[in-house]
Design a protein around this ligand. Structure first.
Ligand SMILES: Nc1ccn([C@@H]2O[C@H](COP(=O)(O)OP(=O)(O)OP(=O)(O)O)[C@@H](O)[C@H]2O)c(=O)n1
Ligand SMILES: [Mg+2]
Length: 372
């Protein structure tokens, strides 16, 4: 998962600006990944905002991915427009809005040319309890960058290719450094899940494991117990992402050394509560099956070794990973030709197969298609 940095075209002679933290560094970004985002839907969206003089930029993780030469899986947008202004603008243009649950936190989702766009008003987190935040809207990009977790996740990218970087995120990405924006302690106390996000991005970005900012490690150790208040399901989602990254062994050690482990693994019966507790191996097996990485099993052993669960470890080591018996070809033979439908059916059958404890065979699975 080594990510290489693209040779960016710098807009002449501004490199000196990045020396000061909290000093806006800008440059121009041109890359095939960036260009590939410009769908018809995105063009219409940017035009709508430009017409009303609202600023709209790509924000956070998607900027990080683009700068690493990776096409982002999901793109978040940030804007100076308030949710009310966005709603007015979309209504006037006859654009459908969906899923208004995010509105309290400033997020409006608009559907243009069959694509969904999640757009969030710039905000300050006014009150945080380590899990949720009460927010206040702002039109100041720097303030929005300041409430984000890591420097590499705190950048914005305008549609003319201008990168806006307030906290040396670009420099950190190039130097493969994972750092919190401002004080690690404060950032973690705003949302304890950020402890695990730190490990996750460390596994994604850093080449050689071992180097950490002492202040960060201290802040993690001091605040690990905050993870006790986060739902097991959210923890498990992050943990799985750590396990598919690099440096798993190093990170699992660190999770134990910093005493984070008690709050995310031992004593946590709800960690994998989506599944039956009579089958303690199931979530790990599902993870291995879903990850499709050749060494996924070894990564989970690593975790179990330290989880103080030698029985689970032994059982998992003896388990031979079954392979899903249905292929796209089988479904096509059953008379379905649309690629999209085949994909959806494969996913459905996979889920059924997993629920059956990987017991269902090909014919039985395929017979379910015909019935539905
Ligand atoms: N606990 C969190 C979660 C998110 N963010 C901010 O919100 C952005 C988007 O969050 P999310 O999509 O959850 O994560 P990404 O960083 O985009 O990572 P991924 O590639 O997994 O989506 C992050 O980049 C970061 O700026 C944050 O500050 N603190
Ligand atoms: Mg994201």
């Amino acid at each position: 998962m080594l990510r290489c940095l693209h040779p960016w075209r710098l807009s002449g002679g501004r490199a000196g600006l990045r020396l000061l933290q909290r000093h806006l560094f800008t440059m121009k970004v041109q890359s095939p990944e960036f260009q590939s985002l410009f769908t018809e839907g995105l063009r219409s969206l940017t035009e709508l905002f430009a017409k009303e003089n609202h600023e709209l930029r790509i924000a956070g993780g998607a900027v990080r991915d683009l700068l690493s030469g990776v096409k982002p899986q999901d793109v978040d947008f940030a804007t100076t427009a308030t949710p009310e202004q966005m709603k007015g603008l979309f209504q006037a243009a006859g654009v459908r809005m969906i899923n208004n649950k995010g509105e309290k936190h400033g997020t409006v989702t608009a559907r243009l040319q069959n694509e969904n766009f999640e757009i969030t008003t710039l905000r300050i987190d006014v009150v945080t309890d380590g899990r949720h935040a009460e927010v206040e809207f702002t039109t100041d990009w720097q303030q929005d960058a300041e409430r984000r977790d890591l420097t590499v996740n705190s950048m914005f990218l305008g549609f003319d290719g201008t990168l806006y970087d307030y906290f040396n995120g670009y420099e950190d990405l190039k130097n493969k450094k994972v750092r919190f924006v401002g004080h690690a302690k404060k950032r973690i106390q705003e949302d304890y899940l950020r402890i695990l996000r730190y490990f996750r991005f460390y596994g994604r970005i850093v080449d050689k494991p071992g180097d950490h900012d002492p202040e960060t490690l201290e802040a993690i150790a001091e605040n690990a117990k905050g993870l006790g208040g986060i739902s097991g399901e959210r923890i498990w989602v992050e943990l799985k992402k750590i396990l598919v990254g690099n440096h798993v062994s190093h990170l699992v050690h660190l999770i134990y050394d910093l005493d984070v482990a008690p709050y995310i693994v031992k004593y946590r019966n709800d960690l994998t509560k989506a599944t039956d507790s009579a089958e303690p191996l199931k979530p790990y097996q599902d993870f291995i099956i879903d990850s499709r990485e050749p060494d996924a099993a070894a990564r989970v052993w690593e975790l179990l070794k330290y989880q103080g669960q030698p029985d689970l470890l032994r059982d998992l080591q003896q388990w031979s990973v079954p392979s899903f018996p249905v292929s796209g070809h089988d479904i096509r033979k059953a008379g379905i030709s649309s690629g999209k439908e085949i994909g959806a059916l494969l996913q459905q059958l996979r889920d059924q197969w997993k629920k059956s404890g990987y017991q269902m065979e090909k014919d039985e699975l395929l017979s379910h298609i015909k019935k539905s």
